[in-house]
Design a protein around this ligand. Structure first.
Ligand code: SF4
Length: 62
């Protein structure tokens, strides 16, 4: 299986930046971002969301 993005809910501040960057993968749920479709975008687009997260709450899980 390909690697998938995961969000550490303890770090996420709910800034919504990843949803703005990559709304086909991330969505807001109860004021925090969650991964609702890990295969909704290619890796480069997801990597952009990872790089842009101000608190580094998003990572890859192999
Ligand atoms: S960019 Fe980071 S802190 Fe902001 S909502 Fe997404 S996971 Fe949370």
């Amino acid at each position: 299986m390909a690697k998938v993005p995961v969000i550490d809910a303890d770090l996420c501040t709910g800034c919504e930046l990843c949803v703005d960057t990559c709304g086909d993968v991330f969505e807001m749920k109860d004021d925090l971002a969650v991964v609702y479709n890990a295969e909704g975008a290619d890796e480069d687009e997801i990597q952009d969301a990872i790089d842009n997260c101000p608190v580094e709450a998003i990572g890859w899980k192999e």
